[in-house]
Design a protein around this ligand. Sequence first.
Ligand code: IVH
Length: 697
Amino acid sequence: MYNKTQIQDFQKITKDFLANPHAIELGTLKSVLKFHEYQYYVASEPIISDFEYDQLYKQLIALESTNKSLITADSPSQRVGNSLNNSFQTVAHLVPMLSLENSYNADDLFDFDRKAKEGAELATLEYCVEPKFDGASISLFYENDLLVRACTRGDGIAGEDITNNIKQIRSIPLSIPLLANGIQQMEIRGEVIMSKKSFIDFNQKLKEKQIAPLANPRNAASGSLRMKDPKEVAERNLDAFIYHISYYLAAPGKTPSTLLTTHSGSLELLWSLGFRAPQKEKKLIAGIDQVISFCSEFEAARDTLPYEIDGLVIKINDFSLQEKLGMTSHHPRWAIAYKFKARQATTILENVEFQVGRTGAVTPVAKLKPVAIGGVVVSSISMHNEEYIKEKDLRLGDTVIIERAGDVIPQIVQSIPSLRKGNEKIISFPLHCPVCNALLEKEEAEAVWRCNSSLCTAQIIEKIIHFVSKDAMDIKSFGEANIRKFYELGILKTIPDLYTLQLDKVIGLEGFGKKSIDNLNAAIEVSKKQPLYRLIYALGIRFVGETTAKTIAAQVHHILDLQNYSEEQLQSFEDVGVKVAKSIFQFFQESKNIELIKSLEALGLNMIQTNTKAVDGNLVGLNFLFTGTLTQLKRADAEAMVEARGGHILGGVSSKLNYLVVGEDAGSKLEKAKKIASIKIITEADFIELINIHSKY
Ligand code: IVH
């Protein structure tokens, strides 16, 4: 949507603003924010960090708060709704929202093509083939450039007004250049989806809060549309593809774009207006034979997409032919859906195992009669907690429907009670830990039963497994099986044992030659230098995932500084709520945890915030300037290093400057900087060290 010059202009405005945050006019600020939203959410080519976007956004809020009359309906600030204005009133669609006819094989498609050719009176037809997005359909109405209303499909004739929730989806623009394209009103259709990554992240968050996960990205999207609180919708990180213009009205005296004569043209127009319309995802194909081969190729590649699709939609490209063919009361005659093979299967729930995790949480795992779905044999699925079993009324011996959505973990969708024979058994949760026999406990308002015994072998082993895992200390070549083996041999009973392992005791055991021992030793040594956030994550503090670990690490110098933080102070960290703060606080109050950390420090593990913090943005909020000739680094590279870490390069010496990096033959800038006490004057060597070990400063 933006051309090269516009992109460069916006980049420059952004850079200048970040260097000097107050000098920006409201109109410019809004278009800059809109530009960055587009780059991030539609074009998938962000050019600034989240932090920088937030700086711009904060400035917008500050400017708008000085005078409320400056707030326009399409201001990025207007995406934030509140729960009070969600009305969900019924609204009639301008044009009914029809469904699609389904096809499942080549014969169905040949049939469709034959009828379409007869209707069109042509020997061959050109089709536009695009993904059938697996989400929830929506209808949007724009008038005089502004998004006026967003609705659900409802019964196809009328839907519900969900405008406030839809405004939370950043790939849906609040305003578009309609009038400039000769259009006054436009009604468009699309699909709200949740990407596979957002789905996994969202379920992870639910898991940390001990809430049962959502079954698949489609449910996650459709369940969002009618949520009471738009803020909850925003948290779901939804996206939307727009694939159809159902109605438009020309602006008085204007002729709308000539693109509006074909379906592929209308997708191009939608894209140029700023929507995420299928562009790279669509293909124009002449003749049904080619369409059929394209469908099978695409089906084989479906898992490579970052979002779920459940088929392809084949549409006659020419609008005049579409009109000629018309529609039934259910579906257009000019389009058909080619549905992919279902990723659902039915099987028998044969048994339940209760597994004890590193936090003592007891998870019921369904043992299923092995069944293939989407090319993978599934025999075991987590049932999360007791509530999940009750809600779905799952019983031993039940026939259950299971589903695997792309690369997402398989789920039990439901049981089929009508197939029960009468000998199915209610699943009862154990009262005692299946590993150490301690009495299980459940906190109020929690769904999880827990073994709280510190002597529980299962927990000890799981904690060690977590500590060495890839996202934690990443001790390569130390798999789960080895940890269990070493535990049984008695040489690995605690986390510190990892660093004093008597590996001579395992030499000669199956799989442990000299080479593998050397590799293991090397991996253990490397892990000592891991950045602090990995250690924090590896310690397995409840509710502290990788992101929270990074947030916490960024706030401290030494890990034990965390002993000095109150719950309130911890809550002031981004993303740290009451529950997480409490858990971190408790962890650092327990003497056995402090002892563990101290013994790891004595064994040589890094406890200090080091260079990885830099890679993740440790120079955020700091301003730099280089002067004189650098001898080791190129000036441009040095500046890029600062920016890559979230810092900024200033144009001159001012009180905003934090660091002046002085090369050879520095002149007036150095003299000026010496007069401002707050500026740190450092050498090139200091700078290199600063980049590597930021925490020293
Ligand atoms: S065209 C008259 N295109 O599939 C036009 N629909 O099973 C009808 N869908 O209700 C819709 N991706 O929610 C169209 N690329 C796509 C689609 C798509 C997903 C959904 C849509 C529709 C349903 C029909």
